[in-house]
Design a protein around this ligand. Structure first.
Ligand code: HEC
Ligand code: HEC
Length: 374
């Protein structure tokens, strides 16, 4: 039997036949409470500073995202929070992606219908307009191609798409929602994916104390946050050279030296897909937006606190044979140089932690239009 957890690419997996879904009496399924007037998701936009940013313009030109309509994203909101999408009628996307935690769940590994922990840490979700590659190993292109995977994954929601379309078609509130979104009431996997991807594109995260600081010369920052900001952006730590720009992210994946040999430790990241030694332990350079509320950290959730993350970068980067050059003393040149030793002071460590907390969004985590309608 093929073990699901080590299947990198979906196409390469041999599937066990899915179990039949647990019965759900359509008349007893929960009713979403939606506003009388549809929320204008299609009018949500980014601030001028973002729209005019050249790096973001490049990232934002990704054409794979579906066009957002108000009715489409509204349907996506209902789907995202609906436990009927799981075989056992008790797991939704929001079981693992909780709004108050930046759409993560506070756990190193999560459990869905099977009770078997997910192989990797649940990712925080935001700013999909500017993201192309999905998952820690970037195996999927575009959020619209991502959203059906957790539904079918045996440890997450374990629902075949055939069974799902039949199930949703029979729940009274869905046909009208599909009709508003797509012109007729037919439920199809493509429409489910489109609606969900439209909703995910509304996860805008640009309202943090850091953003307020950008606009006000950081008059709102404490001395410790100011120190942390300097350390984050200085040429020695080079944090911002990978977690860069307004997203604090990179479209590229890097090896940041958590292990000498990732594959031997059980998770080779992108190396498992390419088979190249220089991809061993290469993972998505995730956004640091909302990082203060999206722990535990790294692809396996190994660090419980940001202080542990900072201590790791300061003192404990491992000598991986293809370590990124930005994490070496010189900061440039070949891969695999000896890791830098930052020897940060106590004040600098605390400052970095305090600075990272300024990236927490104050709107996204509580916006009603992103919240549970059930
Ligand atoms: C059982 C927990 C669980 C459930 C349920 C779940 N997810 Fe996830 N999600 C994860 C984990 C774990 C990852 C990272 C997996 C990996 O990289 O291999 C992830 C990754 C993602 C990503 C990639 C984010 C990025 O920045 O690359 C998106 C988008 C996402 N999930 C959306 C959803 C949607 C939509 C649903 C519901 C249809 C859902 N998830 C259901 C645990 C879950
Ligand atoms: C060479 C590029 C690079 C540099 C430089 C870098 N990082 Fe990272 N960072 C990464 C990658 C890649 C990951 C994901 C690694 C993984 O999970 O295996 C990551 C993960 C993180 C995470 C965890 C994110 C999460 O959601 O779990 C935090 C926090 C973080 N980095 C902060 C920093 C800080 C602070 C600095 C500077 C001291 C820094 N990084 C420097 C590439 C980099």
């Amino acid at each position: 039997m093929v073990v699901w957890g080590v299947c990198g690419m979906w196409a390469g997996c041999t599937k066990e036949p899915p179990l039949d879904p647990d019965p759900l009496d359509p008349a007893e399924s929960a009713q979403p409470v939606l506003p009388d007037e549809t929320f204008p998701y299609s009018e949500l936009t980014y601030p001028q500073t973002w729209l005019g940013d050249p790096a973001l313009q490049l990232a934002g030109s990704f054409s794979g995202n579906p066009q957002v309509t108000d009715a489409g994203a509204t349907l996506g909101r209902v789907l995202f929070y609906d436990v009927a999408l799981s075989r056992t009628n008790d797991v939704s996307c929001a079981t693992c992606h909780q709004q108050a935690l930046g759409f993560s769940d506070g756990l190193s590994q999560s459990t869905g219908v099977s009770g078997v922990p997910t192989r990797r840490n649940t990712m925080a979700l935001s700013n999909f307009r500017y993201q192309r590659r999905m998952f820690w190993d970037q195996r999927t292109n575009g959020v619209v191609n991502q959203v059906l995977q957790p539904i079918e994954h045996p440890d997450e929601m374990d629902m075949s798409l055939d069974a799902l379309t039949t199930k949703l078609q029979a729940i009274a509130h869905y046909p009208p929602l599909f009709e508003s979104a797509f012109g007729d009431s037919l439920v199809t996997p493509d429409r489910i994916a489109s609606a969900m991807a439209q909703f995910l594109q509304a996860f805008h995260s640009y309202s943090s104390r850091y953003d307020e600081g950008l606009a006000t010369g950081f008059a709102n920052f404490t001395p410790s946050e100011m120190l942390g900001k300097e350390v984050f952006f200085n040429g020695e730590t080079r944090c911002n050279q990978c977690h860069s720009g307004l997203l604090f992210q990179s479209g590229q994946a890097f090896i940041n030296g958590l292990e000498v040999d990732y594959e031997a430790q059980g998770d080779g990241g992108i190396g498992e897909l390419t088979g190249s030694a220089d991809d061993d332990g290469r993972f998505k350079t995730v956004s640091l937006r909302n990082i203060g509320i999206t722990g535990p950290f790294m692809h396996d959730g190994r660090f419980a606190t940001l202080r542990e993350v900072v201590d790791f970068y300061s003192d404990n980067i491992q000598p991986h044979p293809y370590l990124d050059e930005r994490l070496s003393e010189a900061g440039s040149g070949p891969l695999g140089q000896a890791p830098y030793q930052l020897n940060l002071t106590e004040e600098e460590r605390q400052g970095l932690v305090d600075f990272l907390h300024t990236l927490t969004d104050t709107v996204m985590v509580s916006a009603w239009w992103l919240s549970d309608p059930f």
